[in-house]
Design a protein around this ligand. Structure first.
Ligand code: NAP
Length: 279
């Protein structure tokens, strides 16, 4: 955790006065984002289906001197989005930042298109793409509401390198994340054309050392009989920088996009991948 010039770990107030919702905040990139946004002064609504871990992340934020609370939230359910937005407005009076982060890897596990069930295809598309549509739909309406404390803000949609290049054995995940990329640009253009002061951008991480990636490595190792350490070495080799990323490195980009420092950035795709897509 970085420190302010005064030596405290309360950051530099880059999001002072802002209210943020972070989905998938119980783990990995979402948990790191909630901590970074709160450290910079945002009041943070942490949401997730994992209630115990989500409550724990919100409690950690509060213990560190921040302001946060948790709401159970399945991002594929539209009525739950309405409930989360209402609870946010009731508690904090407005909304400025929405981080559409919750997501899953390929439902049913990685594998070729020929073996993918339609049910698993639909599940991946639902959690990884429908969710972002619902977030944008309800988030834009809340952020642009000038009768509230906000009226302007930033939406950050967590895509993937799989939204820029095709990942074999993950066609469903690639399709969903590619959809997030262009949904983001369409939303950014709509907001600009309507005169809403809302920026919308996507973030495209390479492989980040989170429970999602650890689980995938273990499953891959179990299926192929490869040692998990060997599977990790092979994954690292895909990143010219020579390692996997850590969640804080994605959270820093999300923080930048959430703050007014990125005030001229909209419809953009921020690639944070250790050089994965550079060759
Ligand atoms: P993670 O550690 O598994 O965290 C994702 C969180 O989202 C989990 O707490 C998960 O709960 C929750 N979640 C899953 N389905 C949900 C639903 N329907 N409604 C609400 N919450 C739900 O994963 P992560 O690595 O931090 O990934 C975060 C985002 O980054 C995802 O969109 C992912 O696709 C994207 N991403 C990750 C990487 C990477 O290498 N890690 C790379 C590129 C993009 P459960 O644990 O209970 O499922």
């Amino acid at each position: 955790m970085s420190t302010s010039p005064t030596g405290s770990n309360r950051g530099n107030g880059r999001l002072q006065g802002k209210v943020a919702i972070v989905t998938g905040a119980a783990s990995g990139i979402g948990a790191a984002s909630a901590r970074h946004l709160a450290r910079e002064g945002a009041r943070v609504v942490c949401t997730d289906t994992d209630e115990a871990s989500g409550q724990a992340v919100a409690a950690q934020v509060v213990q560190a001197g921040g302001d946060a609370f948790f709401i159970a939230h399945d991002v594929v359910e539209e009525n739950q989005w309405e409930r989360v937005i209402q609870a946010t407005l009731a508690r904090y009076g407005g909304l400025h930042v929405l981080v559409n982060n919750a997501g899953i890897g390929p439902a049913g596990g990685a594998g070729p298109i020929e073996t993918k069930s339609l049910a698993n295809w639909r599940r991946t598309l639902s959690v990884d793409l429908d969710s972002v549509f619902l977030g944008c739909k309800h988030g834009i309406a809340a952020i642009r509401d000038t009768t509230r404390e906000s009226g302007s803000g930033s939406i950050i949609n967590v895509s993937s390198i799989a939204g820029l290049i095709g990942l074999p054995n993950a066609a469903d995940y690639s399709a969903a994340k590619g959809g997030v990329r262009l949904l983001t640009k369409a939303a950014a253009l709509e907001c600009a054309a309507a005169g809403y002061r809302i920026r919308v951008n996507s973030v495209h991480p390479g492989y980040i050392d989170t429970p999602m990636v650890r689980g995938g490595l273990e499953r891959r190792a179990a299926i192929s009989g490869v040692d998990p350490a060997q599977a990790e070495t092979a994954l690292i080799a895909l990143h010219p920088i020579g390692r996997l990323g850590v969640a804080d490195e994605i959270a820093q980009t999300i923080l930048f996009l959430a703050s007014d420092e990125s005030s001229f950035t909209t419809g953009a795709e921020m690639v944070v991948d250790g050089g994965y897509c550079a060759r």
